[in-house]
Write a protein that binds this ligand. Structure first.
Ligand SMILES: [Fe+2]
Ligand SMILES: [Fe+2]
Length: 182
């Protein structure tokens, strides 16, 4: 068993020397790189759309004196930006390039950009977007399986955070204090 592993190590050392320009992507990478990069770019577009929607909601809610809800929107906006940064960095690490082109951003995104006319509809649209994100991240995690543990771990962390966002919004939606329909 030990000898077998040692033989593997020799092969691993040899493979590591080939295609060094690929950086973190070694011949042992088991994911379908093209598909992984595409779905990561879709997730990136989704996060950017979520940042924009939450920021819009933050400014609008600030204007209607709903400080607690506005603070929640801002916190989510900043966390979505954090997700976008993680995803973009992983795309680069995998040898891809993050697509931040504003053209077609909404088309590439899973979630929608809905402005909402009042506080209640903003909370509702954000909750729907979070639920879409939860479904999409779950699907991506299932697809990646054990082919790319680093990407999967990142997606799992983001998913946990989206579930927290959905919970926060569901609480705001169910609990009218501070009144989401002011
Ligand atoms: Fe996010
Ligand atoms: Fe979120």
């Amino acid at each position: 068993m030990a000898t077998e592993f040692l033989n593997d190590i020799v092969a691993i050392r040899q493979r590591a020397r080939r295609h060094m320009e690929r950086g973190a992507v070694t011949p042992g990478y088991r994911g379908d790189l093209e598909v992984v990069l595409r779905i990561l770019n879709e997730a990136l577009a989704t996060e950017i759309v979520c940042v924009l929607r939450y920021r819009r909601h933050y400014y609008m809610a600030s204007g209607i004196h709903a400080q607690a809800v506005a603070a929640e929107f801002l916190e989510h906006a900043n966390e979505e930006q954090g997700h976008a940064d993680l995803i973009a960095a992983r795309i680069v690490q995998l040898g891809g390039s993050p697509d931040l082109n504003p053209e077609g951003l909404v088309k590439r995104s899973h979630a929608e950009y809905v402005e909402g006319e009042n506080l209640r509809s903003m909370v509702k649209e954000d909750l729907i977007a979070e639920r879409i994100a939860i479904e999409c991240y779950s699907e991506m995690i299932r697809y990646i399986g054990d082919t790319d543990p680093t990407t999967r771990r990142m997606l799992e962390e983001i998913l946990a955070n989206e579930e927290k966002h959905a919970e926060d919004l569901a609480n705001l939606f169910a609990n009218p204090r501070p009144a989401p329909d002011e």
